[in-house]
Design a protein around this ligand. Structure first.
Ligand SMILES: [Zn+2]
Ligand SMILES: [Zn+2]
Length: 334
């Protein structure tokens, strides 16, 4: 008696349901890194996804994982598609069941002593899918320097999803932005931590956060220089962690060093900040003879503990920003 239902069940076994994915108000599609260790969510301009991104390979902007283009649906989109498919299957089956029930009821003869009838209540009647909605637009939009693919992220990104290129300039700017954000959020972090872990630990955390800004700056500039230096060969290990040596290496390749763009006073200030970073990294911030001698900083005696001021970080940021921009102009050949 369930001929229609059984027929439909067979049909459903091979049926495919397609679910549309909507773009956000800026025309971007949601994507998610398929690497389970990452699952970074980002957006790609829908036109560029169609025209620039290749089917064979897409890169995660955060971790650089590479996978074919059909593997970048977000977990939410996949869940939505699954539930839509279930709805449509249920809708189809429900219609078939209804037809069977009607048939059954029609066949019952009114004359018989016992009469039977079936009713079917509820159930989905939907045989079409609803599109997956897009998440809110993201503020940080990036266009790749190499392939011009437009994508958007929250926070920062290292790789272009379409060509996988890691832009040294963008990474450098992102790193400086991150340091600036760390510095700016210090008061908020202190307030939040004071109420949760107490005044002492909050202060300790904030101090350590500020101190890491110096090493973040040194590392960011080092990576940036290494990236810019690539066309000139391999730079000696860690040379861009040292101001004088790095500057001399650039001078030997492009004819100018840091003194071209920074005053000698600014270079001295930067060197002292680099020395402070060195002490924090290797001597837990305790001043030694070598520091006093090398930095010429007479505000400390050996044995004292360094105090990193907000202005130290701000000064480092502005000097590195200036140096970075000028170095890019001089080192990147058109
Ligand atoms: Zn990833
Ligand atoms: Zn690209």
């Amino acid at each position: 008696m369930f001929e229609n239902t059984l027929k439909d069940l067979q049909r459903l076994a091979t049926m495919t349901v397609s679910v549309e994915v909507e773009t956000d108000e800026k025309g971007y599609l949601d994507k998610q890194c398929p690497a389970t260790t990452c699952e970074f969510i980002f957006k790609v301009n829908a036109e560029d996804w169609k025209n620039i991104v290749r089917d064979e390979a897409v890169w995660c902007p955060m971790c650089g994982h590479e996978a074919p283009a059909d593997q970048w649906y977000t977990i939410e989109q996949v869940e939505h598609a699954k539930s839509e498919a279930v709805q449509v299957f249920a809708g189809q089956l429900n219609q078939a069941l209804r037809a069977d029930v009607d048939q059954f009821n029609r066949r019952q003869t009114k004359k018989s002593f016992i009469s039977m009838s079936m009713t079917l209540k509820g159930g989905s009647n939907r045989t079409y899918t609803m599109p997956a909605k897009a998440a809110d637009a993201m503020q940080l939009e990036i266009a790749c320097d190499s392939c011009s693919c437009r994508f958007a992220v929250i926070g920062s990104a290292y790789f272009c999803p379409s060509c996988g290129v890691n832009s040294v300039t963008r990474t450098y700017q992102d790193s400086l932005r991150k340091i600036r954000a760390k510095l700016a959020s210090e008061d908020t972090v202190r307030q939040a931590l004071t109420s949760s872990i107490g005044k002492d630990d909050a202060e300790l955390t904030c101090r350590s956060m500020r101190e890491t800004c110096l090493s973040d700056g040194v590392t960011a500039f080092q990576r940036y220089c290494e990236g810019l230096y690539e066309p000139y060969g391999k730079a000696p290990f860690n040379i861009f962690q040292r101001i004088d040596d790095g500057s001399a290496l650039w001078r030997s390749k492009i004819g100018v060093g840091y003194e071209q763009w920074l005053t000698s006073a600014e270079i001295e200030v930067l060197k002292v900040l680099y020395q402070k970073r060195h002490l924090l990294a290797h001597c837990e911030g305790i001043v030694d003879e070598k520091y006093v001698e090398k930095s010429g900083d007479s505000t400390y005696k050996p044995g004292q503990r360094l105090v990193i001021a907000e202005s130290d970080v701000a000064t480092m940021l502005s000097l590195l920003e200036k140096l970075g921009a000028k170095l890019h102009e001089a080192a990147v050949k058109p």
